[in-house]
Each structure stands twice: as structure tokens, then as C-alpha cells.
Design a binder for this molecule. Structure first.
Ligand code: NAD
Length: 356
């Protein structure tokens, strides 16, 4: 075993069914009297129910969170924060609601409690992205790390099988990149392997039909493990590409991750032998193809063009990615990046040449 440093982040976690009913106790423990409940418009009814359960501790609801955290929405939410004189934030929803909470916390230092309803993993990280003028910038700040995370599996039951699969692959992407992260360590690798194993096993069992309860529990548990990976080690090409694509073309986050992941794995393959050994033990001989097929079986789109990305965007994103150099196990070069993006755009299987 080599020498290492391990940063695991300090959120308190409640996990199970019906755990949202403990939220008021958690607010009391933190001494919070007036919180603002945040959600996307799609989760407004859920936000109302959470606010109603909190009674007088809820000062109001702001249900305009949007994907990729547009700065204009954060500024509008900050006006509500000031008017309502709140002392805490409760975000209920996926990464968009949680991202709005983080953007507000970054500017106000308000404590956050979050109830994740997707598998995106933002609740486990001190990272937040914001989009302005079509460019998404990502920062890390310990003060945006949520204080309490309530994983209530009941809140995920409304996720369709297809959205669950896309979101689950978003989670798997965190763990895959954690396996070869420059600063990975034995503990993060353990979490990553288990997160991928649990999530990949759970997703085919989420069908939207009766009797899938165990799969929903497992997927949420897997999402937690993968989220810890995202918050604990540095990410590489996969996450950078997805941020560039999402910011430039306003693409749906989870689906973008699901499409790009097999292609980046194929690109990095020759330079990550230990991660490939581990992934083969979990996903079979060809993990890149296995991930591509996992998405296909669940009906997740496999082509960026189906999400609305123009073909001309391939060059833009390849160029932007090279303009902003960062560590990746395989050095970045234009032709390889372009070819990866072209395949992802067209919905072709991941390249196999690099893996032979
Ligand atoms: P999302 O939060 O935008 O949710 C997608 C859609 O699904 C929304 O319309 C939402 O209302 C709906 N939805 C959410 N939960 C649902 C449920 N249980 N049932 C039915 N519908 C539901 O999507 P996301 O993929 O969770 O998050 C994406 C955003 O999170 C992006 O902006 C991304 O950058 C950010 N993110 C940040 C981090 C981080 O660490 N900073 C990590 C992951 C994602």
C-alpha cells in the first residue's frame, strides 16, 4: 500500500424510507428557525409538502432552480433570501435544486440541508458550477458542502426507469473517474468499486413497476457512494467534457454523462490498467461497451445529436477543452478528442481500437 492523503467530507447522512419526516428535528438540532425550501418547478409540489411538514420553520419556497445553475436565477433567489430573512436552506430535488442552494450558500454562508431525488451526487461535494453567457465554470468551496443529507428513497420513486438509468450512469461516471483520479487512494477506490457494482446491478431492476423497492434502495445507496467519490478526489476528462457540453448547449446533465462516459473510458483505456482490471471484474471484459449497452437497454439516448447538440459544436468543445488544460491519465490531443466527440454525437459504440 502506498502513502496517501484521504479527504472524506463531513456531512451527516440519514438514509432509508420516510426519512424526510426527520427533517424538522435536524433543523432543530442545528438551531434553524426560518428556512427557504428550494426546488425546480417540476418538484414544486414536493417542495410544498416538505415546507408544510416544517410548519413555522419554513419561511417560503423558491421553486425556480434550473439545470447548470444560471447566475440570473441565483440572483433572483438571493432577493427572496434577503426579503425573507432566513437562517438556512433546504434543497429538495436533483442536482439543479442542490446547485441553487450551493450558489446561495457560496454568497451567504447559510447552512444547507438537502433531500436528493436523483442520483447526481451533488449533495456529497463542496463543488458547484454556475453558468453565465453559455460558459459553465466550476469551483470548490468547503462552505457549500451541505450539513445534513436526507436520502429518502420514497422521493426517488417518481423517477422513471429511463431517467433513473441516465442519472445512475451519471453517478457511475463519478466512480469511474475516481478509480483513476490522480489523488485516488484505497478508501476512495473501495467506495468507487462498490458504488459502480451496486448501481450497475440496481439499474436494470428499476422498471417503474411493482416489486422494485430493493433496486431503488440500492440505486440510492450506490448514488451516495459514487457521490462521496466525486467530492473526495479530482475528476478528469469525462467531467470536463460534460461541463463544456452542458454549458455550451444547455444539454440535460444526466443524459450527457450517460452518453459521454463509455467514450471517455475507451479514450483513457490504454493509460489506466488498474482501473480497467477493476472495471472488468465488475462489468465484464469490455466495460466501455457494457456501459454503452446499459444505457441502450434502459432507453437512454446514446447520441448527443438526440439531445439537440449541433454537429458544429464538436469542434467548439474540442477546442475549448484543449484551451483549458487539466490533468487526465491520457494526454489530451485534438484528433483523439474530436473523434471521441464525433462518436458520442452520432451515437456510435465506443472506439475499440484503443482497447485492443
Ligand atoms: P435535475 O436536478 O435538473 O433534475 C432533472 C429533472 O428531473 C428536473 O426537471 C427535476 O424537477 C426532475 N426530477 C428530479 N427528481 C425527480 C424525481 N424524483 N422524480 C421525477 N422527476 C424528478 O437533474 P440532475 O441530473 O439531478 O442534476 C443536474 C444538475 O446538477 C446540473 O446542473 C449539474 O451540473 C449539477 N450537478 C452538480 C454536482 C456537483 O457536485 N456540484 C454533481 C452532480 C450534478
Amino acid at each position: 500500500m502506498r502513502t496517501f492523503t484521504c479527504n472524506l467530507l463531513p456531512s451527516r447522512v440519514l438514509f432509508g424510507s420516510g426519512m424526510r419526516n426527520h427533517l424538522a428535528d435536524e433543523l432543530q438540532t442545528l438551531g434553524l428557525q426560518r428556512v427557504l425550501v428550494l426546488s425546480t418547478p417540476g418538484r414544486h409540489t414536493l417542495a410544498r409538502s416538505i415546507a408544510s411538514n416544517l410548519g413555522v420553520r419554513s419561511a417560503g419556497i423558491y421553486a425556480q432552480a434550473a439545470m447548470h445553475a444560471p447566475v440570473a436565477i441565483t440572483e433572483a433567489a438571493l432577493r427572496s433570501v434577503a426579503a425573507l430573512r432566513i437562517d438556512g436552506l433546504v434543497a429538495v430535488g436533483g442536482g439543479s435544486a442542490i446547485g441553487l442552494g450551493k450558489a446561495i450558500a457560496a454568497r451567504t454562508s447559510l447552512p444547507q440541508l438537502v433531500l436528493p431525488t436523483t442520483y447526481a451526487g451533488s449533495e456529497m461535494t463542496p463543488i458547484f458550477g454556475e453558468t453565465k453567457d453559455g460558459v459553465k465554470a466550476t469551483r470548490a468551496d468547503p462552505k457549500v458542502q451541505p450539513r445534513v443529507v436526507v436520502y429518502d428513497v420514497d422521493l426517488t420513486l417518481t423517477l422513471s426507469a429511463k431517467t433513473s438509468a441516465a442519472s445512475g450512469m451519471n453517478a457511475i461516471a463519478h466512480a469511474v473517474e475516481a478509480l483513476y483520479a490522480r489523488d485516488h487512494n484505497p478508501v476512495t477506490s473501495l467506495l468507487a468499486s462498490e458504488g459502480i457494482r451496486v448501481m450497475a446491478r440496481a439499474l436494470p431492476g428499476i422498471t417503474g413497476e411493482q416489486g422494485e423497492g430493493a433496486a431503488r434502495f440500492d440505486a440510492l445507496y450506490g448514488a451516495w457512494l459514487c457521490g462521496i467519490c466525486l467530492g473526495s478526489v479530482g475528476m478528469a476528462l469525462h467531467h470536463k467534457l460534460c461541463h463544456a457540453l452542458g454549458g455550451a448547449f444547455d444539454l440535460p446533465h444526466a443524459e450527457t454523462h450517460a452518453i459521454v462516459l463509455p467514450h471517455v473510458l475507451a479514450y483513457n483505456w490504454p493509460c489506466i490498467p488498474e482501473a480497467i482490471d477493476e472495471l472488468q471484474a465488475i462489468l465484464g471484459d469490455d466495460p466501455a461497451l457494457a456501459l454503452f449497452e446499459l444505457a441502450g437497454r434502459a432507453g437512454v439516448p446514446r447520441a448527443l445529436n438526440l439531445l439537440g447538440m449541433p454537429e458544429a459544436g464538436i469542434d467548439l468543445v474540442a477546442t475549448r477543452t484543449l484551451e483549458n488544460p487539466y490533468w487526465n491519465p491520457r494526454p489530451l490531443e485534438y484528433a483523439g478528442l474530436r473523434s471521441l466527440l464525433q462518436r458520442a454525437w452520432a451515437g456510435e459504440p465506443p472506439a475499440s481500437a484503443s482497447r485492443e
